[in-house]
Design a protein around this ligand. Structure first.
Ligand SMILES: C[S@@+](CC[C@H](N)C(=O)[O-])C[C@H]1O[C@@H](n2cnc3c(N)ncnc32)[C@H](O)[C@@H]1O
Length: 393
């Protein structure tokens, strides 16, 4: 493909991403994969270049752009190589019209910029939300140790005891250590959230929003396969991805439980008052993960944010019923908005004044309200809020 044809292809893909963001359709990654499947003539260099152009343009536009072409023109303002490719050539984009407007830049739609600023995320902190995420691995201590493990690339040792960092795009899935379950892909911040749970061998631990079990597997390793570890979620598809992952990781103690939304406690009845720890990795707006899903900021609405906030409060209340006297609830969101993080914990403690707020012991981050905050700019992780709340004895 010519460079101009790549730009035109990226513009068409951006049009699909914009339409999907408006209608809550397929995520950008899926749209890209489907486009590549339908355009086999695009070789690996073309695919890499088109992907770069598409994500570069998504990152460059704050609010949702009107068109893919306007988004590409926005990217052209910061990359001088792009504008000359609007040359009207065969398969290339038409020449830039006199006075043709580029899409608006910025970090996010204005309402989100304002909410983030009110939560102390502005300037460099806000800009870093759209940086490139590195690739982090967690060494699975059920099968290996960070000291002894031999990998094709040594990686950088991080603060979490089993964390290693590699360059974005490292093909770890090809490594024997990955296939054998010695390592898992997991953001350093997620590893620190698991560390904050302080799950120990012999304990009863519930991962209330386990999804496909990324954090459950880390908890299983910390528990050395001893005790009881329940992975619960309302999403059948996500939860069904956990058993093969657990098998690969040698995590034999995990039980899965599918919950009915709104009736979670019915299925969890047998655990009421029994858990030493409940991890609530709550559904959230994901403002801390824009490095990986930059188009997510075009999909969020005020109403959806309010729904997340309501669900988070309900899940905290459910978790508090599952914990034994003297046990702990670890509350985690990958969002930097206070209404989803520090504000949720303050509201919980106001509803339950006999519970104790307590900042978890993690080697990175800064205090925020009754918890700790990790940010891409300060900590090099995805953005997280993490709190550990203690039940009265
Ligand atoms: C942030 S994700 C969890 C990610 C997962 N812990 C991991 O580390 O990969 C939030 C999860 O909450 C689940 N969820 C949403 N509503 C829920 C509810 N009422 N009860 C339990 N889980 C719920 C979603 O299906 C989603 O998997």
């Amino acid at each position: 493909m010519t460079p101009a044809a790549r730009v035109q292809s990226a513009i068409e893909i951006l049009d699909s991403i914009i339409a999907a963001a408006r209608s809550q359709g397929a995520p950008a990654d899926r749209i890209l994969s489907e486009w590549f499947r339908g355009h086999r003539f695009a070789g690996s260099k073309d695919r890499r270049a088109i992907r770069e152009l598409v994500y570069g343009a998504v990152r460059a536009c704050g609010p949702i752009p009107q068109t893919g072409r306007a988004a590409m023109l926005r990217l052209a303002e910061s990359d001088a190589a792009i504008a000359p490719l609007f040359d009207g050539s065969n398969y290339g984009p038409a020449a830039i019209g006199v006075g043709e407007a580029a899409a608006e830049g910025g970090t996010a739609p204005q309402w989100l910029v304002d909410r983030l600023a009110a939560s102390g995320i502005a300037g460099d902190e806000a800009a870093a939300l759209l940086g490139r995420a590195p690739l982090d691995l967690r060494v699975n201590t059920q099968k290996a140790s960070r000291e002894a493990l031999e990998l094709p690339d040594a990686g950088e040792r991080l603060a979490a005891p089993n964390a290693l960092r590699f360059e974005t795009g490292t093909q770890v899935e090809q490594w024997p250590a990955y296939r054998e379950g010695q390592v898992e892909v997991q953001d350093h911040g997620s590893q620190l959230a698991c560390m904050a749970t302080q799950a120990r061998p012999g304990e009863t631990v519930i991962d209330l929003c386990a999804g496909a079990g990324g954090k459950t597997l880390a908890l299983a390793a910390a528990m050395e396969n001893s005790g009881a570890l329940l992975a619960a979620d309302t999403d059948r598809g996500r939860l069904s991805r956990l058993p093969p992952r657990a098998e690969r990781a040698g995590a034999g103690l995990i039980e899965s439980l599918l919950l009915n939304p709104g009736k979670e406690l019915e299925a969890l009845d047998g655990f009421v008052g029994k858990a030493d720890a409940v991890l609530v990795d709550a559904p959230c707006s994901g403002t801390g993960t824009w490095r990986r899903n930059p188009e997510a900021r075009w999909r969020l609405s005020d109403a959806e944010l309010a729904r997340y906030v309501a669900t988070q409060a309900r899940l905290l209340d459910i978790a508090s019923q599952l914990v034994r006297p003297g046990g702990r609830v670890i509350y985690v969101v990958c969002s930097l908005l206070d209404e989803e993080g520090a504000g949720q914990v303050d509201a919980f403690l106001a509803r339950n004044p006999d519970w104790q707020g307590g900042r978890p012991e993690v080697p990175l981050g800064r205090p925020r309200g009754q918890g700790m905050r990790l940010t891409p700019h300060h900590d090099g992780t995805d953005g997280f809020f993490i709190a550990s709340i203690g039940s009265p004895c």
